[in-house]
Design a protein around this ligand. Sequence first.
Ligand code: UDP
Length: 476
Amino acid sequence: MAAAADDVPPSPEAIRGRVLMFPLPFQGHLSPMLQLAGALRARAGLVVTVFHAAFDAPDPASRPPEYRFVAVGEGVPSADLLPSGSDGDFVGAVLRINDRLREPFRDRLRQALAESEEDDGGGGGARCLVVDSNLRGMQLVAEELGLPTLVLRTGAAACLVAYLAFPALCDKGLLPPPSHDKSLLDMPLDELPPLRLRDMVFSTTTSHANMTRCLDDLVAGTRSSSGVVFNTFKELEGPDLRKIAGAIGVPVYPIGPLHKISTETSLLAQDRTCLEWLDRQEAASVLYVSFGTLVSIDEAELVETAWGLAGSQVPFLWVVRHDLVRSSSSSSPRHASLLPAGFAEATQGRGMVVPWAPQHEVLGHRAVGGFWTHSGWNSTLESVCEGVPMICRPRFADQMVNMRYVQEVWRVGFELEGGLERGKIEMAVRKLLCGEEGREMRQRAKDLRDKADKCIKDEGSSNSAIEMLLKRILSF
Ligand code: UDP
């Protein structure tokens, strides 16, 4: 099937049915789902209905006109549905979203199925529901109504391999860890190289019972689906993808990097002046610093980070989101005005701070030579795809697993461990941007970038996986 630009609408006669989608309402999950929507539309004339939590509506104005957006759960209490903090309870939020939106979704889905019978008749109506792997509750509703489901995993294959091993580690008495002894937590897991026991403690704010329930649901969801779509590629994670295919017994479709096969973009306003600033910097000289959409730091960490960046003498572009900094004196987030006095003067001309950046373009800019990241999967994959090596500072969820693969398997970055101190930050930044080790990591990252470029070309592995996925969807 020929690929088409996804900003060209399919003609009405080219529409071959509707795919229903339910992303998890967090940016790091919503973006890959919308990127998948863009690819389905461009390659197979499949149009989408996107169900979304009422409290987190994507902006329909910036999306193709034949997309439908359906809010689910108006009036449902939502204050505790978004995790926040340095170690946010992502799992608790996921369980609450499933519990609260499942019933309202049943009505919405029935209605959408009836509508799509009426108006997409020629194209075959609603073919399936693509559901985020964390939304087992919504998948169960689709199963009840007889609609086939596909699961989208927005994380690494490595992370699902770790999740699959979770019950066995519990049976062995290793999870939850019986003590917080450093030597125990540092213990390598023979069944999951290069992970250590500490990498499996996904969050210190999540109860073991909730973690177990969440992972049981997630794995059950993959097994009862008609296939699992991964935002990764075979050349990056081939062995783990094979393990998963053997363990879950349904087809796996590694079609990533999704941001490279679709023009769907960020949902938030981006500060594009930073691209002009980057144009004025030397090649591979700038450190890009961003901790994603959910991680927060405290005031002391902000100050150490600021002076560490200043002291490194390396040019930097730093994303300080409006809610990045937790105040020690109140639970409400504080703004970047907390940057220490004298910091702007000390870094004038050499540093830039923005509230939100066009990250794909920043990482692809020739001036960027390194990325200090929280190791979210989207950020990790985007960095790999642009050949940019990383300083990793994982906090929770799958971020530790991603960091271990970056450091130990692909060897394109290293962890910044322990407390944030300006001296340690300076050394890490100089190691990545100015040292021989950093140069070698950059070279390995560029090799991975070349593989990522190839996999989406005509004969590439991700391109073939998309073809298989489209066949599957059109067979429903
Ligand atoms: N992002 C962005 N601009 C920024 C910071 C982040 O566009 O200034 C995007 C980034 O490109 C990535 C997403 O936000 O696609 C963050 O996802 P990730 O999985 O890395 O982390 P999460 O926010 O889910 O923890």
